[in-house]
Design a protein around this ligand. Sequence first.
Ligand code: MLT
Length: 240
Amino acid sequence: MNTPFIDLFSHYSAFREDEVKDRTVVVIDVLRATSSISVALANGAKSVIPVSDMGEAGKIAQNLDPSRFLLCGEKDGLKIEGYHHGNSPMEYTAEAVAEKTIILNTTNGSKAITRSGNAEEVFIASFLNMTAVVNKLKATEREIMVICAGWKGRLSLEDMLCAGAIIYNLMDGKLWKTSRDGAKIAFGLYQKYGKNIKSVVSDSNHATTLKSLGYEKDIAFCCEVDMFDYVPELKDGMII
Ligand code: MLT
C-alpha cells in the first residue's frame, strides 16, 4: 500500500485543526505525554482525557467521581500544584492508575492531541509502541499526518527522531516520492541517528531540562523501543 500523502508538523501549533479532517493522524510527544499515556493504559487506566488547559481540566474533574479520576500533568516539566501526579511515566504505576480515568494537561502533548480531534483516526505514538503504530499505518488507506508536539512552538529532536523511525519503517527504508518535506527530514534524521536513539535523545533540549529537574530516569525509559504492542487511540475525546 502506498499512501498518496504523508506530511509532518514539527510542533502542535503548526497545523490548522481543519487540516486533519478525513486523515489519519499520529501524535508524538516522546518526553513525555504520549509515552506516559501508553504506560498508564498498559497499567490499567480506564482512559486518558487530554485537555488543553487547567480550566478545561477543572471543568471535567467537576463531573467525575473524585475516587475514580486522577488530575495529572505538568507545566514546564514539573507537576502542576494540586494535581495528583505530574507527567512522569514512572508515576503511572498499576497501583496509582488501575481503573482510574486520567485527565491529562501538559505543556505541549495534550494540546497536540486535543487539536487533532477532527481527524478520522488519531494514534498516540512514542518509541514505546513504534512498531505497533507502523502496523496501524500500513493498514490505513487514508492520508497520514504526523504531529510532533514539539516544545512551545519549537521543534523537539526526540519527537522528530521518533517520527523518522515510524516513517522510515512504514516505508521499509525507501522514501516515498509523495512525501512532504517534513516527512523527508524526519526520515533522514532516523537514517543518521536511528542506531543511537538513547544517546541522541539524552542530549536534546527537553531531556536536558528534565535531567535538571531530577527526571533523568524518564529519558532512558521513553527511548525503549517497542515495550508495548498496543496503540492508544483518541475516540470521542477520550484516549483508550
Ligand atoms: C509536553 O507536553 O511537552 C511534555 O509532556 C512535557 C513533559 O512531560 O515534561
